[in-house]
Design a protein. Structure first.
Ligand SMILES: [Cu+2]
Length: 148
């Protein structure tokens, strides 16, 4: 009796989101702001259907920051984004190692599975619209990779 009920509930939880998101890929809008501590940022992630724009609830998002211009230089551990406020909104607190352009790789699982990459500029560069001075000399040449 007790076991039977549990199995049905679990099956329903898996089946519903699968049907809702079949065939549609997710898209993420990311907005980060300083969290009050140096190099710590509060990032809001809006996860939605790429075509429908419908918020995607109940997803698990692992956020891994890295610097495209400095391969292998950083090893920031991935952070799990937690659901926040409105449906489809998630929050992650990032502890970065320097200012500049970071690529946030988001591994999405749950109702949809995908890997999304968003580039975000942190620090002086962001404030000055991307033309601020670099913090590191090594950052002189910036690779612009388009990921799609
Ligand atoms: Cu760097």
């Amino acid at each position: 009796m007790h076991i039977g009920k549990t199995v049905i509930a679990a099956a329903a939880m898996v089946a519903l989101p699968m049907m809702a998101w079949a065939g549609e890929r997710p898209k993420a809008n990311v907005a980060c702001k300083e969290a009050g501590e140096r190099l710590v940022y509060d990032c809001m992630i809006m996860l939605m259907g790429k075509k429908s724009g419908k918020p995607i609830e109940g997803a698990e998002i692992m956020v891994k920051p890295d610097m495209p211009s400095m391969p292998m230089a950083h090893n920031v551990p991935p952070v799990k984004a937690m659901p926040m406020g409105k449906p489809g909104n998630y929050h992650a607190k990032l502890h970065l190692e320097m200012h500049g352009e970071w690529a946030l790789t988001m591994d999405v699982s749950g109702p949809v599975r995908d890997r999304l990459v968003e580039k975000v500029k942190f620090g002086d560069m962001a404030a000055e619209g991307g033309h601020g001075k670099m913090e590191h000399g090594e950052h002189g040449k910036m690779k612009m990779e388009k990921k799609n």
